[in-house]
Design a protein around this ligand. Structure first.
Ligand SMILES: C[S@@+](CC[C@H](N)C(=O)[O-])C[C@H]1O[C@@H](n2cnc3c(N)ncnc32)[C@H](O)[C@@H]1O
Length: 231
């Protein structure tokens, strides 16, 4: 399967993804001079963009290689290797918390949301963002196999349905005033193929999709769940 960072880079460059990140920054509230944390920051793009908007932006990721890339790409950000379930931050020390395409990777997303609440000051905003791995729509000549491949990918993840649970996770952790939005990313070019290579390495199925990409017939839609709430 293709490398995670390469796929993230390809998806991040799409106008849809640019707009979605901007919306997530808006939902964090005032940024200038405020400290915000991006948990599971990956290559650090959101941290860099938040720093450009005047925030003291801190990125935390479990993967030291991601943090090394992030430090190199986004020198205005602060980056630390760390666990979203045990953030290297003092209680009440941040006014914004963000986790983008991260909670599905955690065995217990509620722990990360409790940790978000711990590090946020009263009145601070948490923004959770990501796909639900059972709601990925792919056009294919073989819908049955496609359904099976999407389900198999979902079943391989610790928390594939985190996206549909964001609102309840935040409410259960004591957050208030949730705002729920769903923005659907539609991929009809080679980025779609890169996304599909993260879902399966089943060669004959991928060959059909590659032919669709070649003939401008590939179609992948991914609803992205975005929920913001107040500490
Ligand atoms: C799909 S990537 C998303 C990266 C970034 N948020 C973005 O939107 O481009 C998920 C990231 O979460 C990180 N991650 C997974 N489990 C984590 C944990 N327990 N604590 C912190 N980061 C974690 C991975 O290393 C990876 O960089």
């Amino acid at each position: 399967m293709s490398s995670l960072l390469a796929v993230l880079d390809a998806v991040d460059a799409q106008p849809f993804a640019v707009g979605l990140r901007l919306r997530s920054y808006e939902l964090l509230g005032e940024l200038t001079g405020r400290t915000v944390v991006d948990a599971g920051c990956g290559g650090g793009r959101a941290v860099g963009e938040l720093a450009e908007r005047g925030a003291r932006a801190v990125g935390v990721d479990l993967d030291p290689e991601m943090i090394a890339v992030a430090r190199q790409r986004w020198p205005a950000g602060e980056f630390q290797v760390g666990d979203a379930c045990e953030l290297p931050l003092h209680s009440g020390s941040v006014s914004g918390y963000r986790a983008d395409k991260v909670l599905h990777a955690l065995a217990d997303p509620a722990r990360a949301v409790a940790e978000a609440r711990r590090v946020l000051a009263p009145g601070g905003r948490a923004v959770l963002l990501g796909q639900d791995w059972d709601t990925i729509v792919i056009d294919s000549d073989d819908p049955r196999t496609t359904r099976g491949l999407v389900q198999a990918k979902a079943d391989s993840l610790p928390s594939p349905h985190a996206g549909r649970k964001y609102r309840n996770l935040l409410l259960d952790a004591g957050f208030t005033d949730p705002v729920v939005e769903v923005h659907t990313g539609v991929f009809t070019d080679d980025t779609a193929l890169a996304v599909l290579h993260r879902i399966t390495d089943e060669q004959s199925w991928l060959a059909e999709q590659a032919e669709r990409a070649r003939t401008n017939r590939i179609f992948v839609a991914v609803p992205m769940f975005l929920v913001a709430a107040r500490r």
